[in-house]
Design a protein around this ligand. Structure first.
Ligand SMILES: Nc1ncnc2c1ncn2[C@@H]1O[C@H](COP(=O)(O)OP(=O)(O)O)[C@@H](O)[C@H]1O
Ligand SMILES: O=P(O)(O)OC[C@H]1O[C@](O)(COP(=O)(O)O)[C@@H](O)[C@@H]1O
Length: 312
């Protein structure tokens, strides 16, 4: 089974507008919302691909209840830890005219020490039934920057393959615990290497260093440019297909879902890499966040080539 953990779960709220102008009154044309946050989105896509998945994380307050209800409605299995604080709202505003998306992400609740202890015990129990575990998203307040590193250390001892998708210090410290896979986007890669990514060679150098630490799948997601993957056999590039972009929010989560779903099915690395890009790109062409159809992914896959840029 694949378990996903969202320490900072959210209601993902989308507002669609004819135009969005800062400092003015803006009218919302359409809105929709659902339970989200990165790990929950990953799980939603894994389920859509027919994978066996369990959603874990912290939820609290009325927003927490709404998240739970939305996931129940979508028939997604959950096992949350209830907290004293209130889960957050993450708002995406899409502008029909400019086609731009603006994200407003609340910081989220503060986790109490006893709630964190409960989470660590929960994670240990899940290790018994989870072959893969995905840790995704920002750390809520109250948790130390080595929170993900702590979980990775715990789970690795038990043979669980842990994937990490986060940013900043939590990512840096998580990497020191050597997860099974990571998926930084361009911003996160820049944070890691301490300078903007200017050329493919920057990515290759950074990727090889990370791979040499022992991370099995270093996956650099590059938006409309697709992705670069570094593993023990080489460096692989998958270009993203040209699509009519509607809403890219959740594309990174869909990417990760495609990758872990295929690896868990015993697919080759190259096949899993193509699925990752296909899932990310299908999501970018949809209005809703992390709601991809397996048929759309299979049809897009026909357009995706994988190139072995370098043999290692
Ligand atoms: N404009 C786009 N056109 C086609 N595919 C896209 C586009 N933006 C994102 N994707 C797909 O989604 C994947 C993840 O997107 P990316 O922006 O790198 O991640 P994140 O959402 O984490 O920032 C990409 O590798 C690609 O497959
Ligand atoms: O946990 P974070 O980093 O604050 O991000 C939360 C947001 O990330 C998302 O999961 C989207 O992430 P991606 O676009 O990177 O896939 C939103 O749905 C969510 O609201």
């Amino acid at each position: 089974m694949i378990t996903t953990v969202t320490l900072n779960a959210a209601i993902d709220q989308v507002y669609e507008m004819n135009s969005f102008v800062m400092g003015q009154t803006n009218r919302v044309m359409q809105k929709f919302q659902q339970g989200g946050g990165k790990g929950i989105n990953v799980a939603r896509v894994i389920k859509a691909l027919d994978g066996d998945v369990l959603i874990g994380g912290f939820i609290g307050g009325l927003n927490g209840e709404k998240i739970k209800a939305s996931l129940q409605e979508q028939r997604l299995p959950t096992s949350f830890i209830q907290i004293e604080g209130e889960s957050r709202i993450c708002l995406t505003v899409t502008d029909y005219q400019t086609k731009e998306m603006t994200e407003l992400l609340e910081e989220g609740p503060t986790i109490q020490p006893h709630e964190w202890k409960k989470m660590l015990r929960w994670v240990e129990v899940q290790a018994e039934s989870s072959e893969y575990l995905v840790l995704s998203g920002s750390l809520p307040k109250g948790l130390p920057p080595n929170a993900y590193a702590t979980i990775i250390h715990l789970l690795k001892q038990k043979g669980v393959r842990v994937t990490l998708d986060t940013s900043g210090e939590a990512l840096k410290q998580g990497i020191e615990a050597i997860p099974f896979a990571i998926k930084p986007n361009e911003d996160e890669i820049s944070q890691l290497i301490g300078k903007p990514v200017e050329k493919q060679e920057d990515l290759i150098q950074a990727g090889e260093k990370l791979r040499d630490l022992g991370i099995e799948h270093v996956c650099f997601s590059l938006g409309e440019k697709g992705a670069l993957f570094i593993n023990s056999t080489g460096i692989y590039q998958v270009n993203a297909p040209k699509i009519n972009v509607v809403n890219t929010v959740g594309s990174g989560d869909a990417f990760l879902a495609g990758l872990i779903y295929k690896l868990s099915q015993g697919a080759s690395d190259e096949e899993a890499y193509r699925w990752a890009v296909a899932c990310g790109s299908v999501n970018a062409g949809e209005k809703e966040i992390a709601k991809v159809q397996k048929e759309s992914v299979e049809s897009l896959l026909k357009e995706l080539q994988i190139t072995n840029v370098k043999v290692r």
